[in-house]
Design a protein around this ligand. Sequence first.
Ligand code: AVJ
Length: 320
Amino acid sequence: PPQYGTIRGFYDTHPTLAELKAEVLQGLACTPKQISPKFFYDAQGSRLFDAITQLPEYYPTRTEIELIRHHGAEMAQLAGTGSVLVELGSGSSLKVRLLLEALKPAAYVPIDISRQHLLESAESLAQSFPDTAVFPVCADYSKDFHLPAIEEDAPRLAFFPGSSIGNFEPQDAMVLLERIAKLLGPGGGLIIGVDLPKDPAVLNAAYNDAQGVTAQFNLNLLTRINREAAGHFPLENFTHHAFFNESLSRIEMHLTSIKDQTIPVGGRHFQFAKGERIHTESSYKYAVTAFRDLASRAGFHSEALWMDAQQRFSVHFMRV
Ligand code: AVJ
């Protein structure tokens, strides 16, 4: 029999070293060079991201938490109780704690790419909510993933906070939302956090914090590639660059080579010109109507919207 207060099994489809290596090599061979932001989240990257969420300049996390604190009861009302709650990119599972009391889901399925971080958060959450069956799934949700077969007839609810949808190119975001809609089925609900376009100074500060934690987070990608994909990046030869691209309504993060250099990675050699960049992250910012249009193309209609007084961040309730 399942033990209460602990996780109920663990579905591990963490990307393998070979997959990481292949994707990294492929990205470095592109022009311009690019590496997916999903690779930020090794153990150290997950810790650095948690540190980012505490920074004075990084408004998204605290703004979204306030929205959930103030409107969580309404969100739960729309969602209904007894559902299977699936969270994409659950990280430390801190935000979902604010919803669980009111939601009383039959089961909670946190999905994350960061294995150790996921397991620790899932265990801790299971202890706090002994009546909720917790089934962690380690997976790359940007690819096809499968859910454990639990409570097959319970309605499903997806929770996708943090504006992580903004890390996808709009077309890919639409495809991911379509997959979520399929996973939920007709009538299924989605609570999704979406960062809003705003004063570029506020956006630029959020991704260029004074303490340099975001720079460390970005550079940690090279440390990880050195360790896991036989890379030889000298960290001191690359710098963090982040800026708001207004015409595309996205923050871009890059790692910029400070000089001409050749870097061996996984047995291959990559040439970098001085000033050449690796594009490591895009973070799209969607106005309310722009996001509704995108989601409606994926089969969702909008049922509710919450924003803070300064209109920095939005949380949508959508239904298939
Ligand atoms: C919360 C993963 C979407 O784009 O704001 C924070 C990650 N990158 N600082 C974001 C991030 C740099 C983040 N996501």
